[in-house]
Write a protein that binds this ligand. Structure first.
Ligand SMILES: [Zn+2]
Length: 269
């Protein structure tokens, strides 16, 4: 593990970058010792055709650098850099939060598997934790259902979302969350796309669905506001890097295209 590699180094919840002029300069390159006291070394994949490692830093290395939050990497280095750094951060979090066995309380050690922590006393294994969550955009004719949670940026609305519970399928989760959060029934559930969401360890799985019945009844603990919005009069939407925005944009594009098709069909020949 002591070959030259790119390094995604985390220092106090921030990622160290060495420049944004080229993608090669985004993350530092070299051997582990070039960057001082690195802890919790882990391979995360490849960056620019070379191995990429991650580690936690106790002290900052003596190289020109800037510390940025994980989200900023999407703007600075594009989606690939952001996804790779998100993976690195989730692995570092996993190491940092599994230093002791949850069953017997003794210190754990790195297991034989690359991504396993092991308790030498009771042999329990701990793997990186991933928490699946669903997201659904519900349509009713030319309208979509958008909601905002209490923690959202002011004025921003998005698709409904929620965490999967033990023993539940993704589909059951969507139906349950929709019913709990806004009190309606849905049909024609269709898979859209998924996205790792490293804040801290979700896998977002997005769906579209059609309204099937009931009137809006909001969960006062989860939903601050929710309503049907015309595709031509929308509130502020989430950032383009998010799966929720990609889901909304895809549905809007499809509906607008459908509208154009109808308009062309109505036009006199
Ligand atoms: Zn144990």
């Amino acid at each position: 593990m002591n070959d030259e590699a790119y390094w995604i180094l985390r220092y106090r919840k921030h990622i160290l970058t060495t420049g944004t002029t080229t993608l090669q300069a985004l993350f530092p390159f070299g051997r582990a010792e070039h960057f001082g006291a690195v802890e919790n070394l882990l391979p995360v994949g490849e960056w620019q055709g070379r191995n990429c490692m991650t580690a936690e830093l106790d002290t900052l290395p003596h190289i020109p650098h800037e510390l940025v939050p994980l989200r900023a990497l999407h703007t600075l280095g594009g989606n690939e850099a952001y996804v790779l750094a998100g993976r690195a951060v989730q692995l570092l979090d996993w190491l940092a939060t599994h230093r002791f066995c949850g069953k017997c309380g003794r210190p754990t050690m790195r297991g034989r598997d690359l991504f396993a922590m092991e308790c030498p006393t009771c042999s329990l294994h701990f793997y990186p934790r991933i928490s699946p969550a669903i997201m659904v955009l519900i349509s009713r004719g030319d309208q979509i259902l958008l909601a905002r949670g209490f923690h959202f940026k002011p004025g921003m609305f998005s698709a409904l979302s929620g965490f999967v519970e033990p023993g539940e399928t993704l589909e059951q989760c969507v139906h349950r969350e929709v019913h709990e959060e806004v009190g309606i029934k849905i049909q024609n559930l269709r898979y859209f796309r998924s996205q790792p969401w490293p804040f801290p360890n979700s896998l977002m799985v997005a769906f579209t669905a059609d309204y099937a019945g009931g009137s809006l009844r909001l969960d006062p603990n989860e939903i601050e506001a929710a309503d049907w919005y015309s595709i031509f009069h929308l509130p502020q939407l989430p950032d383009p890097m998010t799966l929720s925005r990609q889901l909304i944009d895809a549905v809007l594009a499809q509906k607008r295209k459908g509208r154009e098709g109808e308009a062309n069909a109505d036009a006199p020949e």
